[in-house]
Design a protein around this ligand. Structure first.
Ligand SMILES: Cc1cc2nc3c(=O)[nH]c(=O)nc-3n(C[C@H](O)[C@H](O)[C@H](O)COP(=O)(O)OP(=O)(O)OC[C@H]3O[C@@H](n4cnc5c(N)ncnc54)[C@H](O)[C@@H]3O)c2cc1C
Length: 449
């Protein structure tokens, strides 16, 4: 039965996933959206972010303005022959002077990258400021029976609480809501170290150009034994973004992002020669990141609570697909929740989201680990054989990039329709048009201090 009272959806976490979900949900006037973000302002760490064609299409289906937020800030490869190139993969063979071209992998959009903070700011600009509550770090959750008015009570570390009909954890790799759903003691609840570390740094294009020449202006992956160096231009070609990854058996620091030392950096990449070695020398003192991901969660929801983005399926970055999957989650979840007319519709909506999204996102996590093994020639199948390597990459990413998202969403809606046993939810087409006006979407929050 439909209700006249708006359904309140609390989004915990205002990263790319949480903001895209909010933008998607703001299309529906019967939903009341609130974002609770732990930090005191929106912030992204790390510089470059690449979005594949699937992620760009998902943004467009959420809102044309969200897609513009990306497009207006996106940097592409510079050379005309690299227009459709995702990366040109290269390696150095012992004793050879020049690098060996392992091949260019193309896709529909080519490499498209943004400066993370700029993109996040542009997304935040699409959300009314008064639905966002900063400085609200979720500590724990209390759930009441579904017969109660608002079945979820969020407790923040500052002692305040908030009620909601539905809560979505977009609170990143160390998600509190993931622990709440899966049980804090289960191995799936907390992230695992992937035995890979990444140095992330930026090189001013002037320096990069001098040292690397033409290799500074397009996207490359430099493969080496046990290590790889990925580079692409960002900030409209003003800066070269670098991610340099290598194997590391254990991680002992309690922080997952730490300062690096030039000595350790140099040692970690001592096997590299030529261009990738020069890139490492230009990095100075980059931050060092432990690469974490999640064991597959048995489910992404329980009752009226769901998790999305890195909270649901944190992945290593070797297919450049983590944020893209968060955006796809936001598309599917917002469309489903847009069909929920009463409290009892929320659980079937989250169940449909889980059924459609879990297999795809967990496959991304699995294949991303395999990708690093290919980059670093540490896999058992290819084992350094260049022809086998090329074969392994042929079409390898197509299932990520080529997904028909409208069919994906339709599948989710069909499952939802079956679960609520009422066709009327599915028959109504999404108001895919413009976001509703600020005044429409502006409603007072349930924040209780
Ligand atoms: C080296 C590296 C390179 C990458 N490159 C790419 C790439 O090129 N393309 C790509 O698609 N993906 C890439 N990724 C992955 C991508 O960065 C993530 O998948 C994406 O940022 C996840 O977004 P999210 O919103 O789910 O989580 P996050 O960005 O982690 O956001 C979580 C938000 O929740 C807040 N929060 C945390 N805890 C709480 C709490 N308890 N209460 C309230 N708020 C909380 C945080 O402050 C944060 O704002 C890369 C990752 C790494 C590590």
């Amino acid at each position: 039965m439909a209700t006249s009272k708006p359904l309140s959806v609390a989004i915990v976490g205002g990263g790319i996933g949480g903001l895209c979900l909010a933008i998607g949900l703001l299309r529906y006037s019967h939903l009341k959206i609130t974002i609770f973000e732990a930090s005191h302002a929106f912030a992204e760490i790390g510089a470059g972010l690449a979005l594949g064609p699937n992620a760009q299409r998902a943004l467009c289906l959420i809102s044309s303005m969200a897609e513009q937020a990306f497009r207006h800030n996106a940097t592409s490869n510079s050379s005309p022959q690299f227009r459709k190139a995702w990366f040109d993969f290269r390696c150095y063979v012992q004793g050879e002077q020049d690098s060996l071209d392992l091949g260019i992998i193309n896709n529909e959009t080519g490499q498209q990258t943004v400066h993370r903070a700029r993109f996040l700011d542009a997304l935040a600009g699409l959300i009314p400021a008064d639905i966002i509550h900063f400085g609200k770090r979720l500590a724990r959750v209390t759930e009441f029976g579904i017969t109660d008015n608002s079945p979820i009570l969020l407790h923040f570390t500052d002692g305040t609480t908030a009620m909601a009909d539905c809560a979505v954890g977009a609170d990143g790799v160390h998600s509190i809501l993931r622990k709440h759903l899966l049980g804090a003691a289960t191995p799936e609840a907390t992230p695992v170290f992937s035995s890979i570390v990444c140095y992330r740094g930026l090189i001013p294009m002037e320096d990069a150009d001098k040292a690397l020449g033409k290799y500074a202006h397009d996207a490359y992956v430099w493969c080496g034994k046990g290590a790889m160096v990925m580079t692409y231009p960002i900030n409209f070609g003003e800066v070269l973004n670098v991610v340099a990854a290598c194997d590391r058996k254990t991680w002992n620091d309690k922080e997952y992002v730490v300062n690096s030392t030039p000595e350790q950096l140099s040692k970690d990449f001592e096997s590299l020669v030529g261009i990738p070695r020069r890139i490492i020398e230009l990095l100075g003192r980059p931050m060092l990141w432990a690469m974490l991901d999640h064991l597959p969660a048995p489910q992404y929801f329980s009752r009226n609570i769901a998790i999305m983005g890195d909270a649901a399926h944190a992945t290593t970055p070797f297919q450049g697909a983590g944020a893209g999957q968060a955006i796809e989650d936001a598309l599917v979840l917002s469309t489903l929740l847009g069909r929920a007319r009463c409290l009892h519709d929320i659980e079937p909506a989250l169940a449909a989201y889980d059924i459609v999204r879990r297999p795809r996102t967990q496959r991304v996590v699995r294949t991303s680990r395999d990708a690093m093994k290919l980059f670093a020639f540490t896999d058992d199948i290819v084992d350094g054989d260049v022809e086998k390597w090329k074969q392994a990459w042929r079409g390898r990413m197509d299932w990520i990039w080529d997904i028909d998202l409208e069919v994906h969403v339709a599948d989710a809606l069909e499952i939802f329709g079956q679960k609520v046993g009422c066709g009327c939810h599915v028959a109504k087409t999404a108001d895919q048009g413009a976001l509703k006006s600020e005044s429409e979407s502006h409603r007072r929050s349930h924040l209780v201090v």
